[in-house]
Design a binder for this molecule. Structure first.
Ligand SMILES: [Zn+2]
Length: 414
């Protein structure tokens, strides 16, 4: 058997080197595609009833506090999650959001519109800029990540809030490990864990792991990112559930509903066709996406394309063409990021090159890198429906159109 045959899933485009871990079956179809089939096989009405039973004990009849914590941003699936929690489950959520500093005006607008449309209370966590920059510099050096503080903040602030306000239930959207690589079945009903957060969201580094005698980072910089300890979590009985285990999760369809009903807005990006995801951040689909390419050999467009293949809205060939067209588009917000962090572009490039995956890249000349040729292009392409590519709506171009710094917090909308 030709081992080259098994480097990518034959149905979607994911490589077996996917950082969350991917398993191919004997016909070359990946675990993500196989678990996706559950979306058309499970009885979602029955699963919804399970969710209703699960959340019922958390309803606070006195109305004097919140029923649950719901993490939100100015993008992703936030509108759909809040709509489901508040309007369909009838719960009173406390929304929480972590200020990741790279906010677009559209993201600020979407977040303000969210709390107004759904009439919810919201807490915003603003960590001081010096600490955020110091942590970003450290994670950039140590693990080649500019996004560690954003992910750490987004995943820890809801848990800290649950402990502080004594609200035991946190409701998240979809579980990325299920959506992308089929790490679990929907029927396993996995919940939030400290371990998954550390291993996958945070690339193996919790806040305390960043402290080192070789680094200037101190306790003052990292304590806000520290996960509550087990005794505190157990005292409140904190648990985090994923709606994707109980609702047939389809981000494109969900966003289209939210645009129609609650005036969510999308934006076009140079590096993907998905105009709904990540519109709240200048860097996620820019420098962060480029780093993903250096480390994993693919970018966010592949995630979007794989998802659309699985829903039958894109065939594999169309997806490959889109990936080719988008993944190497030049960055447009790099300079702004360098100014914010206080590094020059060459210095940043030097650090990033140290984190390139040598299985994927060759240094042809000092400082010049070339992607190694793909070895698995000849795999048999599974037959997919010729569905034609369905357009995503865009309401604006996500350009840095103002010569100012990132908007650090919104004052409201309009
Ligand atoms: Zn697959």
């Amino acid at each position: 058997m030709n081992t080259k045959m098994n480097l990518r899933c034959v149905r979607c485009l994911y490589p077996i080197s996917h950082p969350l871990g991917l398993v191919l079956d004997e016909s070359g179809v990946c675990s993500g595609c196989l678990i996706h089939e559950e979306k058309d096989r499970l009885d979602w009405l029955e699963r919804w009833r399970k969710l209703e039973l699960l959340v019922a004990p958390y309803r606070v009849e006195s109305g004097k506090t919140y029923d649950c914590v719901v993490p939100v941003t100015g993008a992703h699936d936030s509108y759909y999650i809040v709509d489901t929690v508040k309007n369909r489950l009838g719960l009173n959520p406390l929304l929480v959001t972590y200020n990741k500093y790279f906010n677009t005006p559209l993201g600020i607008r979407n977040l303000a519109n969210l709390r107004i449309q759904f009439n919810c209370d919201i807490l915003i966590q603003n960590i001081n800029p010096q600490a955020v920059k110091r942590v970003t510099r450290t994670t950039l050096r140590q693990m080649g990540s500019i996004y560690w503080p954003c992910i750490a903040g987004q995943t820890v602030f809801p848990v800290q809030t649950a402990v502080r306000y004594k609200i035991p239930l946190i409701i998240w959207g979809a579980h990325q490990g299920i959506e992308q690589v089929g790490m679990y079945s929907h029927e396993h009903e996995v919940e939030m864990t400290r371990r998954y957060r550390k291993d996958h969201d945070l690339m193996g580094y919790e806040a305390d792991d960043l402290l080192s005698i070789f680094d200037s980072l101190g306790e003052d910089d990292i304590w806000q990112y520290r996960y509550p300890d087990d005794a505190d979590l157990n005292a409140v009985g904190v648990r985090g559930i994923y709606l994707g285990n109980y609702v047939r999760w389809d981000p494109k369809a969900q966003h289209e509903q939210m645009i129609q009903r609650y005036d969510y807005k999308g934006a076009s990006f140079p590096r993907t066709f998905d105009t709904y995801d990540h519109v709240d951040c200048y860097n996620f689909m820019d420098i962060h996406d480029h780093i993903k390419y250096l480390k994993c050999g693919y970018t966010k467009i592949t995630d979007h394309a794989c998802r659309e293949i699985r829903f039958g809205r894109l065939n594999r060939k169309q997806a490959q063409q889109l990936v080719k067209q988008y993944e190497s588009q030049p960055l447009i917000h790099l300079q702004k990021f360098c100014e914010w962090l206080g590094v020059d572009e060459r210095g940043l490039e030097f650090i990033l090159n140290q984190h390139r995956n040598h299985k994927l890249w060759t240094e042809t000349y000092p400082g010049k890198w070339q992607r190694k040729p793909e070895t698995d292009d000849l795999v048999q392409v599974a037959a997919m429906p010729e569905s034609g590519f369905l357009g995503f709506e865009s309401h604006t171009q996500l350009q840095m159109d103002r010569d100012d710094a990132y908007i650090t917090v919104g004052k409201g909308y309009p």
